[in-house]
Design a binder for this molecule. Structure first.
Ligand SMILES: [Zn+2]
Length: 446
């Protein structure tokens, strides 16, 4: 890409960031006109894609494009989402929707909510597709683009697309969605950049603990009321974490990283099978991130008691946000919580939940195609499968594909990763351009 083309690509992402397509938990407060404006903008920015690829709007706003392939091989799907988490918190260095372009050299950045998550991803896909269309390229098999409109909230846009694919008997060989990235300095003893590709993701559940007791006036309290009973349950939960265990995909990650680690970690990682117990303990103790890799985690997020300062609660509740380890299950997670709480007066109720996603293959031709594209564009990087700790839209696709990979083709620093869903989200121009290069390279191989 020459400099002029690169500057135009930068301007297109800036235009996308200026439209605040914010998803709100209450659908009635989401501003639908912004979503319409965004769709109109895409038609302006990527005319060939809009004209030549059949577009269907699914589930009220998810955009599904089909690029007809030359042959009848299994199709691929490139995913992104154009809704955003809110940017209401104060303290942004540059306005969240101003799309300012600041700095020079490798520190030249595009600022704003969505610069990475996930308009950055959307833009690099569309830039690569539009350029390939301009070149007259035709993919060997069908290529779909699926751009969600409510990933950050309901996420049913993606499940609607999957339902449509099922109806039409479409089984993609390869699905790429947001997820891991190219990171440095995350794993102890490894200096090379690591491209972590999510091959599965943890399950998620909301489990409610509740205690109902006689209330009354706060001037004459009774010991062991609903709130203190609930507090005891919460402490018990924290004192008995679920069992730690290294799942098969985490094992595959450790083995992939092994040869690139410094001694003595190299021995430990390359012979991970023999050191399983030691590694499990180390992961569980090293820090919250590695701990989350080896066990089902629970976070008590929302508490309710009575509505008045001087009213004793008749009912107290705690919402536990549970992330279920690959290899475990919803049922196991709930029964472990019940066991840990160990109190018949505390009701434990599963409010919502989804199982951990099926594990996609980290070997074979599809994996190789992807990892070759990564190492071509990020030379010197080590490609490793991993278990994504967060939930993404792509988990729905795991029902119809064995090759669902969660990967943002961006080299991101720890500080940059920390801005996702927080203040000061921004992307380096060089990172963005390399993302375009990645999809250009990948699409040419499809
Ligand atoms: Zn996202």
């Amino acid at each position: 890409m020459d400099d002029a083309a690169a500057e135009q690509a930068v301007e297109r992402l800036r235009a996308m960031i200026r439209i605040p397509t914010v998803s709100r938990m209450a659908p009635e407060v989401a501003d639908e006109s912004q979503f319409m404006a965004f769709r109109a903008l895409l038609a302006e920015l990527y005319p060939l894609t809009i004209e030549q690829l059949g577009l269907e709007i699914v589930g009220g706003g998810t955009l599904l494009f089909r690029w007809a392939g030359r042959g009848t091989g299994a199709p691929s799907v490139l995913m992104a989402h154009y809704d955003l988490v809110p940017a209401d918190e104060p303290g942004w260095t540059h306005g969240a929707f101003d799309a300012e372009l600041v700095g020079s050299g490798d520190e030249r950045r595009i600022w704003g909510r969505g610069a990475i998550d996930d308009k950055g991803m959307l833009a690099v896909i569309l830039e690569a597709v539009e350029a390939a269309l301009a070149d007259g390229f035709e993919p060997a098999a069908d290529l779909y683009l699926s751009f969600g409109h409510n990933e950050e909230t309901a996420g049913d846009g993606a499940s609607d697309v999957v339902a449509l694919f099922k109806e039409r008997g479409i089984r993609p060989a390869l699905v790429i969605d947001e997820g891991g990235a190219v990171v440095t300095g995350v794993f102890p003893g490894i200096d090379a950049p690591i491209a972590v590709v999510g091959v599965t993701e943890k399950g998620i559940a909301g489990v409610e603990l509740s205690v109902s007791k006689k209330g009354g006036h706060a001037s004459t309290p009774v010991r062991g009321g609903a709130t203190s009973r609930l507090a005891r349950a919460i402490l018990r939960l924290e004192r008995s974490p679920s069992r730690a265990s290294i799942s098969a995909p985490t094992m595959a990650m450790i083995r992939a990283l092994g040869p690139h680690a410094r001694q003595p970690l190299r021995v430990l990682f390359t012979r991970a099978g023999a050191f399983r117990g030691l590694l499990t303990t180390a992961f569980a103790r090293l820090g919250p991130e590695t701990e989350a890799m080896v066990r089902t985690t629970r976070a008590v997020t929302r508490l309710t008691g009575s509505a008045g300062d001087n009213v004793i609660a008749e009912r107290a509740t705690a919402m536990v946000n549970v992330r279920i380890a690959v290899g475990s299950s919803l049922e196991q997670a709930v029964s472990d919580i019940r066991k840990a709480v160990n109190d018949p007066e505390v009701a434990v109720r599963l409010v919502y939940g989804s199982e951990p996603a099926p594990v996609s293959r980290s070997e074979g031709p599809v994996w190789r195609l992807l990892s070759d594209a990564i190492t071509d564009v990020f030379p010197g990087s080590v490609v490793a499968p991993y278990v994504m700790l967060q939930a993404s839209d792509s988990r729905h696709f795991a029902e119809i594909s064995d090759g669902v990979y969660r990967f943002l083709p961006f080299d991101l620093t720890a500080a940059e990763r920390g801005t996702l869903h927080a203040i000061d989200e921004s992307i380096r121009v060089s990172t963005y351009l390399r993302g375009i290069e990645f999809f250009t390279r990948l699409i040419s191989a499809l």
